[in-house]
Design a protein around this ligand. Structure first.
Ligand code: SAH
Ligand code: SF4
Length: 400
């Protein structure tokens, strides 16, 4: 069904969903025509306010929230719980569902699917979202778009910004530069769109979310947390199954520590180096917030029972993957005194980045060195290698 492009990845089809707006202006000021307004992204409270403003009973807001986030409608016409007259009235006032839509699908042989998702701003900008199924033949992959549930759990990797301003030297998203923040609706919309595509039943199916796509979530904190609130309160997902990854933005970590436990996702820190000297080289942000400052901020989080902090560690050949680095990392993790685990990721190469992948055996030696010292360590399996799995890689490969 899919078409092989250059023998590397499969483009299934540029997906089309009905409503594509040329321009969505959220600001009514001075508009000649009716302003297009997005319902998707508003929580139950805001929807209720809108309904009351239209002279409707407040509980219509709840019905609308149910339709948007539980039934996952994409058109107002599908909201059959609302009377036809009210739907027309909403349309007349410029309201539309306007959920982010999948613009392109790339399917890997291992079952991973990567999407370019177009947001609500009408600027045509896309971000990457990834679906990673596990178990039950999920590894075998499927060319069947309905995928007949050949997975028993899955992880969705979600973006928080178009591009990124942080400038980590090994990262492809950094090469894009920072383009713009995503709205809460655009962040939560990636998840709802993918849940919809795979027929996921929230509450029954095991789905994990990782905010590890494009962008730095803590440099778009309010919108990111707004999305988390939508995903928890309206979509019904648990924050215990969500992990947010940061390059170490200390004020963001401090804000996360203030979130109530029923809303707060778990935390992963992109450590990527065993000391400040190397870290400052590969992640210049370390000059602003060095390792100790990051760790101090993490200590402010009141962890839930059995919760651990993840340290992500990208292995750069010859730069961070040596035996001495492993020893230093072990000491560093111990010194934090935090319940922690280390996630090792072999660097995924990309055009224009002058690092090297670790030599054969280096990743396993590194893992063993940590494990031998009792540090909980996991190897992040490369997923979707054939469709450019690294952060920001797909967009850069497709859009040049
Ligand atoms: N901005 C956030 C979240 C997105 S990056 C952060 O930096 O944590 C998600 C993870 O991908 C980070 O741990 C980052 O170190 C890692 N990463 C980025 N580019 C990579 C590459 N080319 N290969 C492997 N991992 C990479
Ligand atoms: Fe941004 Fe994360 Fe990439 Fe660094 S690793 S440039 S913070 S997306």
């Amino acid at each position: 069904m899919g078409k092989q492009i250059g023998g590397e990845y499969t483009i299934l089809r540029p997906a089309v969903t009905g409503n594509s707006f040329k321009l969505v202006s959220l600001d009514a000021a001075g508009g000649a025509d009716v302003t297009r307004r997005a319902l998707f992204g508003l929580d139950q409270h805001a929807l209720t306010e809108q309904m009351v403003g239209l002279g409707e009973p407040g509980w219509r807001g709840r019905q609308l929230a149910q339709a948007l986030y539980r039934q996952r409608v994409t058109e107002l016409a599908q909201v059959t719980t609302l009377p036809l007259g009210l739907r027309s009235k909403l349309e007349g006032e410029g309201w539309a569902v306007d959920r982010p839509r999948i613009a392109q699908v790339f399917q890997s042989v291992d079952g991973t699917e990567r999407y370019l998702v177009e947001g609500q701003a009408g600027d045509g900008r896309t971000v990457e979202t990834v679906w990673m199924p596990e178990g039950d033949g999920g590894d075998a992959g499927s060319e069947d778009e309905d995928d007949a549930r050949n997975w028993d759990r899955a992880t969705i990797c979600v973006s928080s910004q178009v591009g990124c301003a942080v400038n980590c030297q090994f990262c492809l998203t950094a090469k894009l530069g920072f383009e713009r923040n995503l709205t809460p609706g655009e962040i939560a919309g990636q998840v709802v769109t993918v849940l919809d595509r795979h027929g996921v039943e929230v509450g029954r199916d095991r789905v994990n979310l990782v905010f590890m796509g494009m962008g730095e979530p803590f440099l778009n904190y309010d919108n990111w947390m707004g999305a988390v609130r939508l995903l928890v309160d309206e979509v019904g997902l648990s924050p215990r199954r969500m992990t947010v990854s940061t390059s170490g933005i200390v004020p963001g970590i401090e804000r996360l520590a203030q979130e109530p436990p029923e809303l707060r996702p778990k935390l992963a820190i992109s450590l990527n180096a065993p000391n400040d000297e190397i870290r400052a080289e590969v992640m210049p942000i370390n000059r602003k917030w060095p390792i100790d400052a990051v760790v101090d901020a993490v200590r402010g989080i009141r962890l839930r029972t059995r919760e651990r902090v993840t340290f992500e560690y990208v292995l750069l050949g010859g730069v961070t993957d040596g035996a001495a680095h492993a020893r230093e990392l072990t000491r560093l993790v111990r010194r934090t005194g935090l319940p922690a685990k280390v996630n090792l990721i072999a660097w995924n190469p990309g055009p224009g980045i002058a690092y090297e992948t670790p030599e054969t055996g280096a990743v396993e030696r590194f893992r063993q060195a940590l494990a031998a010292e009792g540090v909980p360590v996991y190897l992040r399996r490369p997923r979707g290698r054939d469709i450019y799995a690294a952060c920001g890689q797909l967009k850069r490969t497709v859009e040049g």
